[in-house]
Design a protein around this ligand. Structure first.
Ligand code: 5AD
Ligand code: SF4
Length: 437
């Protein structure tokens, strides 16, 4: 049987899930997955361009294949993902890596099979990058490898145009899937035994956006009322669209996890304005307050950016102060990365690497100390864990509670896919450990 190997640049969850779709398409063509690129008949790179290091990761990986391709002339190399979707990037890739056989955009993912067949019948590379085309994904069946967790796209693209972000340019305008299709997919996955569903979109709160008959909270409610024991999560929520109705739905439906990822990006009003986030730090705190009013134990996580153009020391201090006020369960902290084509890339006042580095270290130290403090409070408590995996090195099973905390525990029997109660007796930074009871 022919074999495929794929490499994903971890940029966002969207990208990881798209790799499952690529794997689904390849298995429909008769390929099976392999664990070493040397054994592959086709290697697919699913790239990301959200930050420069993601882009470098892709370029580095593709570059390393030159030698292998020289030895294995029949191996097909395909490059997809949002990097290819940037204006002019497909040509750059083709010139830099002439041995790449197929270059396809995120909007073209559904036609990967046709490109492979085309390439097999022609010598020259197949390059297909389309503009906005929202329908293609619907027919793609994913090869899901993350049991007991699954991701379901509910929206594609983004209309927000935060000034630092390349996503609206490479993933096109926001469009929502039909609620009936989403609910049917969720129902099917639950019947197949999946235990945790995460609804995905760049901004799930604006689901529907005038084109669907139901709102995001209504969609959540409908999925949460499906039969079976499962957890429901969603990401990402834009704070400007986070509503009281959503907080209520989380509170009223036990299957919806009390955990919300609400990226704030900065605590400074001047920076938020320059980022075009369309809320102030006070607006953000108000949203958190509303959420906690209905869901007092809700774990709030966030994304933070340091070193946005013109960010002053005072602006940065405002971010630290907001982090202190909210007490995030955890946070992803990023150094601002200049993306060509965005509004911020043209701004004067780019911050030096040295300053950004210092700021991010300070921010990470603060976030970590908060996470550690919260971890300590778990000791002695019993939490329900969905067992996700087995860590061969640690010889322990691991899973998460509804708040998203990772917990390690021992077991003689295979518990993957089961809900188990674990009494916490150890807190090691962000992860916890305990005993099954
Ligand atoms: N530089 C740094 N971080 C970025 N993000 C998006 N674009 C950039 C950029 N140019 C971060 C944001 C977003 C997360 C998915 O990635 O914090 O919420
Ligand atoms: Fe990018 Fe902003 Fe859209 Fe998120 S909401 S994908 S940060 S433009």
């Amino acid at each position: 049987m022919a074999k495929f190997y794929h490499i994903t640049t971890y940029g966002c969850q969207m990208n990881v899930h798209e790799s499952e779709k690529i794997a689904g398409l390849l298995s429909e063509l008769g390929y099976e997955s392999c664990t070493s690129i040397e054994d592959a008949d086709i290697a697919v790179f699913n790239t990301c361009c959200i930050r420069e290091n993601a882009e470098n990761h892709a370029f580095g990986n593709i570059g390393m294949l030159k030698k292998l391709k020289a030895q294995k002339k029949n191996m097909i190399i395909a490059v997809g993902g949002c990097l290819t979707q940037q204006i002019g990037k497909a040509d750059v890739l083709h010139k830099k890596f002439p041995y790449v056989d197929i270059i396809f955009g995120t909007h073209n993912l559904g036609r990967l099979k046709d490109y492979i067949l085309k390439k097999q019948s022609q010598k020259k590379a197949v390059i297909e990058i389309n503009d906005d085309d929202g329908k293609v994904y619907e027919e793609v069946k994913s090869l899901r490898t993350s049991y007991p967790n699954v991701w379901i796209n509910i929206t594609y693209g983004c209309n927000n145009f935060c000034t630092y972000c390349i996503v609206p340019y490479v993933r096109g305008r926001e469009r929502s899937r039909k609620s009936s299709d989403i609910i049917a997919e969720a129902k099917e996955l639950i019947s197949l035994g999946y235990k945790e569903i995460t609804l995905l979109g760049q901004n799930v709160n604006s689901y529907g956006n005038g084109t669907e008959e139901i709102s995001f909270p209504e969609l959540l409610e409908k999925i949460a009322s499906l039969e079976g024991k499962f957890r429901l999560r969603f990401m990402t929520s834009h704070p400007k669209d986070f509503s009281e109705a959503l907080a209520k739905v989380i509170a009223e439906n036990p299957k919806i996890c009390n955990a919300v990822h609400l990226p704030v990006q900065s605590g400074s009003d001047a920076v938020l304005k320059a980022m075009n986030r369309r809320y102030s730090s006070a607006d953000y705190l108000k949203k958190v307050e509303i959420l906690k009013k209905y869901v007092p134990d809700c774990a709030v996580t966030t994304d933070l950016i340091v070193g946005f153009p013109n960010e002053t020391e005072e602006d940065f201090k405002a971010t630290l102060s907001l982090v202190e006020k909210v007490g995030f369960a955890s946070a992803f902290s990023f150094v601002y990365s200049k993306r060509d084509g965005t509004v911020a890339a043209k701004m004067e006042g780019q911050i030096s690497e040295e300053v950004s580095r210092r700021r991010i270290m300070e921010l990470i130290a603060l976030v970590n100390s908060q996470t550690r403090e919260q971890s300590k409070k778990y000791i002695g408590k019993t939490v329900e864990i969905l067992c996700e995996d087995y860590d061969k090195k640690k010889k322990m099973y691991l899973g998460r509670d509804e708040y998203g905390r990772m917990v390690y525990f021992e077991s003689d029997t295979d518990l993957i896919g089961e809900f188990v109660n674990v009494k916490i007796d150890g807190a090691n930074g962000i992860s916890l450990s305990g005993k099954v009871i």
